[in-house]
Each structure stands twice: as structure tokens, then as C-alpha cells.
Design a protein around this ligand. Structure first.
Ligand SMILES: [Zn+2]
Length: 186
């Protein structure tokens, strides 16, 4: 299973490990080992931690809280209090331990450190897209992929705010090809 990192934000990429949420959800983090591998591929840790089923459940709970908080902000709804609690608890833990050595920078930790890193990333992002900030100047533009069934979220950093797809390969090209075929037929 390949993980993708197209969200421009760690927490959004984490939320994206459950794909096609509205139509046919596909879980990429099925085992504690999947989560350990994600944490390294995402650059949170440099060595795969040993995680158990409880760690997986806790971090998937955080992932879903993050998704609901971002969805609420996108819809202009207030943040669900329970999800805020989950996020803030995770964010209060210490982030990964950094050790600089001849081989480079090591980032060590386990479930709590992964959760802290994801939660801090989510909290920083959400602060910029809070319902209060939305009316004034929205500093962060978060979007959902324009392919109808794709539920990946990303930070649109394009100058004119014109990014539509989570990634051209998986969604953009496919939708464009479908439109092209449609036009040719029509
Ligand atoms: Zn997409």
C-alpha cells in the first residue's frame, strides 16, 4: 500500500489515509505496522516504532477528530467540542525526541509523539481557518479534491487559489480524460 503526501500539511495527509470517505472508504492504516511505516514515510520519526492495537485505535481516533474539525471549518460550522478535546490532549504530549549525530538527525518516539506531531500540525492549520478568521482574512486555504468521490484535503498554496486536485496523476488526469471523452462523444 502506497502512502501519498500531497496535502501540504502533515495532519491533512494523515486524514487522507482513509480514502474515498463518502463512497467506498478504503483504510490504508489497517495494522499497527502500517501506522509505524506511515510515521517514517511522513518524516515524523526516523525509525519505525513498535506500536500495538491500542496505539492504532488512539491515533485513528485522533485522525477522525482532525478530519471532522477541518470539515467543520470548511463548512463554517463550529468545532465539535469532543473533537477539540481529542486534538488538544494529543497536542499536549511531547513531540519526537531529536538527536543530532554524524549520521544526521534522528527523530524518535512512539504513539504519543506521532500524535503530538499530527495534532500540533492540525492545530496550527485550524487556527488559520477558524470560523472567526474566515470572515476576515483567511490565511490558509484548505480544499477538498475536485474529483467528486475523492475526499483528500490539501492546502492550496497556488498564487491565485486555483489548485483543484489532490494530485494530477490520481485525480486530475483521470477527470480531465473523462471530460475529454465526454466532449468527444457529445
Ligand atoms: Zn483527489
Amino acid at each position: 500500500m502506497d502512502f501519498v503526501f500531497v496535502g501540504g500539511n502533515l495532519a491533512l495527509d494523515f486524514a487522507g489515509t482513509l480514502k474515498w470517505r463518502r463512497t467506498h472508504p478504503e483504510e490504508l492504516l489497517r495494522t499497527p505496522g502500517d501506522l509505524a511505516r506511515w510515521s517514517v514515510e511522513a518524516g515524523v520519526l526516523t525509525r519505525e516504532p513498535s506500536l500495538d492495537g491500542e496505539d492504532l485505535r488512539t491515533l485513528l481516533g485522533l485522525r477522525e477528530a482532525v478530519y471532522r474539525l477541518v470539515a467543520a471549518a470548511l463548512d463554517g460550522r463550529p468545532w465539535p467540542g469532543e473533537d477539540l478535546g481529542v486534538l488538544n490532549r494529543a497536542a499536549s504530549a511531547a513531540p519526537p525526541r531529536l538527536t543530532l549525530g554524524p549520521g544526521g538527525l534522528a527523530r524518535d518516539g512512539g504513539a504519543a509523539e506521532i500524535g503530538a506531531e499530527v495534532a500540533r500540525s492540525a492545530a496550527t492549520l485550524l487556527a488559520g481557518m477558524s470560523p472567526a478568521a474566515a470572515s476576515a482574512t483567511v490565511s490558509v486555504r484548505v480544499r477538498e479534491c475536485a474529483r467528486p468521490e475523492c475526499t483528500r484535503l490539501f492546502v492550496d498554496r497556488s498564487r491565485g487559489g486555483t489548485r483543484h486536485w489532490c494530485g494530477m496523476e490520481e485525480c486530475g488526469n483521470r477527470v480531465k480524460a473523462a471530460n475529454y471523452r465526454y466532449r468527444k462523444k457529445g
